[in-house]
Design a protein around this ligand. Structure first.
Ligand SMILES: Cc1ncc(C[n+]2csc(CCOP(=O)(O)OP(=O)(O)O)c2C)c(N)n1
Ligand SMILES: [Mg+2]
Length: 356
């Protein structure tokens, strides 16, 4: 086990203070109370959705690879809070939470997981390839670090068009070992592109602990070496993530070029449903569970008088109904007809002058 890197307590001191010294925009206005309860609702929707995915996987309604982000919800929800509908999102294969927090309907996400035509990609993408142009959610990507160059390209297009938009790009700690990470960081910095790099550092890439594969485990330093302002944030604290992401997005919109958030987080479950998870100490997992972002935030809202027990119960009931509805919708969905197998392989648009 690594020294420090795998210590659940290691992230508690990290957060907003490190941002204050770097942020050119100063303090962001505090979020409205109602919207802070909304942060909890968004995290709970993701948690309950993914818990149901485990059941669906057992009854083979969901097949193939399934990567759950249980424990990491504060990262998805906090970052999305900083974005507008005009902004873009690029994600990874651990993206159910990103998709739901971005506002893709739960029904469409669940149908995609079940491989049904009613899904976001007609059921062709499945869990790892959720895509929705309507919300500018450009994947779901099975290739580690594959999203980074895509995000740079999207941001370049926005930049050339003079649009003041942000592209938020999620990736894991494992992505920093890939050449694409370094190429993307370099070009984004060189061309001053509006990318918010969102690293979900959960300390492991499959079964490999960060300190077994990287000589430098401070990921912010890697971004900083490309002159990209890099901020560390407690990824188990949704307030801290939302605050940091909001400040970074404001700085980017103000012409500040790319920014990098290293969100220190942890996945409570195995890498995927196939993974026996033999590389992590049980005590380490338990330590991190003590920092579960959801009960901690419920408690904070309660102490601040923003959430009562009855409201929390109502919220849970509503979310359970929404998940039930999404599962019924997906179960009742249709599988694509085999005659359509070659559709979408080439463009169906008639190009002027084409002989086809
Ligand atoms: C280019 C590439 N290499 C290897 C893999 C196999 N692989 C799938 S997930 C993964 C680990 C990535 O870890 P990380 O980026 O930290 O994301 P996390 O799973 O922790 O969210 C690897 C190596 C892949 N999908 N793509
Ligand atoms: Mg990881």
């Amino acid at each position: 086990m690594s020294a420090g890197a795998n210590d659940a307590q290691g992230t508690t001191g990290v957060g907003i203070s490190s941002i204050d010294s770097l942020s050119p925009t100063g303090m962001a206005p505090a979020a409205a109370d109602a919207s802070r309860v909304g942060l909890l609702r968004d995290m709970l929707r993701i948690r309950r959705f993914e818990e149901r995915c485990v059941e669906l996987y057992s009854r083979t309604a969901i097949r193939g690879f399934l990567h759950l982000g249980i424990g990491e919800e504060a990262c998805a929800v906090g970052v999305m809070r900083a974005l507008t509908p005009a902004d873009a999102v690029v994600s990874t294969y651990r993206e159910h939470g990103h998709a739901l927090a971005r506002g893709i309907p739960m029904r469409a996400v669940m149908a995609e997981l079940e491989g049904k035509t009613e899904g976001t990609c007609h059921g062709r993408g499945g869990s790892m390839h959720i895509f929705d142009a309507g919300t500018r959610f450009y994947g779901g990507n099975a290739i580690v670090a594959g999203g980074l160059p895509l995000a740079v390209g999207i941001a370049l297009a926005d930049h050339l068009r003079g649009e003041r938009r942000v592209t938020a790009c999620f990736f894991g700690d494992g992505a920093v070992a890939e050449g694409e990470f370094h190429e993307s960081m370099n070009l984004a910095a060189l061309w001053h592109l509006p990318v918010l790099f969102c690293c979900e550092n959960n300390l492991y890439a499959m079964g490999t602990a960060l300190d077994r594969s990287e000589s430098e485990t401070d990921l912010s330093l890697k971004a900083a070496s490309y002159r990209v302002p890099a901020w560390e944030v407690d990824g188990m604290d949704v307030d801290a993530v939302a605050d940091a992401a909001t400040r970074a997005a404001e700085a980017i919109r103000g012409g500040g070029g790319p920014h990098f958030l290293e969100m220190r987080t942890y996945r409570f479950r195995a890498h995927s449903m196939y993974d026996p998870d033999r590389y992590r100490d049980k005590e380490e997992i338990e330590r991190w569970k003590q920092r579960d972002p959801i009960p901690a935030f419920e408690q904070r809202l309660g102490l601040q008088g923003l959430l009562g027990e009855a409201e929390l119960e109502r919220m849970e009931t509503d979310i359970a109904a929404e998940v039930d509805d999404a599962v019924s919708f997906a179960d009742a969905g249709s599988l694509e007809d085999v005659v359509d197998l070659t559709r979408f392989v080439v463009s169906e648009q008639i190009v002027e002058g084409s002989t086809r």
